[in-house]
Design a protein around this ligand. Structure first.
Ligand code: ADP
Length: 389
């Protein structure tokens, strides 16, 4: 999704892809297939570009350090990226910066787990410090014995109090090497089984002072860590304020709404930031933008429902990733926007779930979107599950 932005900016864009059929390799012609965990491969790729950046956090930090030492421009740099890679280092750094953390501890034994439970009670949350994503590597602990097995695989776990949040929020910032920053509106996010399912921009009903405190916090982090590129800060909202959950230093799922709902998409901003170009406006184009993920269900062929969705609501934007469908896998997302939040949400949910095949019945009560010509006889036959066979 960075590729169209690179093209529009007139930037040559190359990718080191894991496999020849990976989503990025399908749409970028300048592709090297190779293993990003192999230093020689990374180094050879780095020789061919001016700036290196990432679409995930899993490049080994020691390789990034070695690339920087060899004079390559790595953005974000390893000194920043490490706080998105290692959740224990991140918690420690947030404490140092005086930013709101849940209560946490490092645990290396069941005795540590018991001591932490004595402080925060059961259940608490345990996480692998490195390598987790989409809730993998996160467990709810109801008894200290549950960490024993886990600790035989990993030397240390991050324990956190189970936050009784009212909802989850996220905010994204872009920051360039010269220190220019731009923050998008705070969004509300909803996770299903640890996987982001929806984002609503701006977060409905978020008091202005909370939005301001969140914006200040994300700017503090971006500056203190010398972040370059875009960064997402995920949070738990509580009645008193907010607590930081984690960071991603790359375009992020909670920022996909910006593709259609903001003057500058997170993908364009990431490129502008890592190239030290002046940043674009993060302003919302619409009163409300909603992103709903298309999570794979049992239907592998998304083509028929995708036709239906386009015809039914010509104003929703469908983004597909060219990935094979597996249950629960993020295979695309839908963006919808407008002024009536409930209607925008209903349209985006219907489109995403219909494409996935989760909800074979179009919402019959759903009014036609405002300003959109009623073109297709979309609802007829759409309830027929054989349509997508
Ligand atoms: P990942 O890195 O896999 O995305 P997260 O740390 O974001 O993992 O956790 C995934 C989800 O688990 C969060 O979005 C949230 O819903 C829940 N979660 C994580 N930490 C806590 C916590 N301390 N208290 C309550 N819920 C949590």
């Amino acid at each position: 999704m960075l590729a169209p932005a690179a093209e529009a900016l007139g930037v040559r864009f190359a990718v080191l892809a894991e496999t020849a059929d990976s989503p990025a390799a399908q749409v970028i012609h300048d592709v090297v297939v190779g293993d990003y965990t192999d230093f020689a491969t990374l180094k050879a790729f780095a020789e061919t570009v001016d700036v290196l950046t990432f679409d995930h956090e899993h490049v080994p930090p020691e390789h990034l350090e070695a690339l920087v030492a060899a004079g390559h421009a790595v953005r974000p740099g390893p000194q920043a990226l490490i706080f998105a890679q290692d959740k224990i280092l991140m918690r420690r750094r947030m404490d140092e910066l005086g930013l709101p953390n849940p209560r946490w501890a490092e645990i290396t034994s069941t005795a540590d787990a018991e001591a932490f439970a004595a402080e925060v009670g059961y259940p608490f949350i345990a996480k692998t410090p490195r390598g987790g994503y989409d809730g993998k590597g996160v467990r709810v602990i109801t008894d200290s014995a549950e960490v024993a097995d886990w600790l035989s695989d990993v030397p240390v776990l991050l324990a956190e109090e189970k936050v009784d949040f009212t909802r989850e929020l996220a905010v994204m910032v872009g920051r360039s090497p010269m220190g220019q920053t731009a923050v998008w509106p705070v969004v509300e996010t909803w996770q299903q089984d640890g996987v982001c399912k929806e984002a609503i921009a701006p977060a409905p009903g978020l008091p202005e002072e909370k939005a301001r405190a969140i914006t200040e916090a994300v700017l503090t982090v971006a500056g203190a860590l010398d972040v370059t590129g875009v960064m997402a800060m995920e949070m738990f909202e509580t009645p008193e304020g907010f607590l930081i959950n984690e960071f991603a230093m790359r375009p992020h799922n909670t920022g996909h709404w910006t593709q259609d709902g903001s003057v500058t998409s997170q993908f364009e901003q990431h490129l502008r930031a890592v190239l030290d170009l002046p940043l674009g406006s993060p302003e919302a184009r619409e009163d409300v933008s909603v992103m709903v993920n298309i999570l794979g269900a049992e239907h592998e062929d998304l083509y028929r429902p995708y036709l239906h969705v386009m015809a039914h609501d010509p104003a929703v934007k469908v983004h597909l990733y060219g990935k094979g469908v597996r249950p629960g896998r993020k295979v695309g997302h839908v963006n919808a926007y407008g002024s009536d939040r409930e209607l925008v949400l209903a349209r985006a949910r219907h489109a995403a779930d219909f494409i996935a095949g989760v909800d074979p019945n179009p919402h019959p009560e759903m009014p036609a979107p405002a300003g959109v010509p009623a073109t297709a006889p979309a609802r007829s036959g759409a309830a027929d599950p054989d349509e997508r066979a």
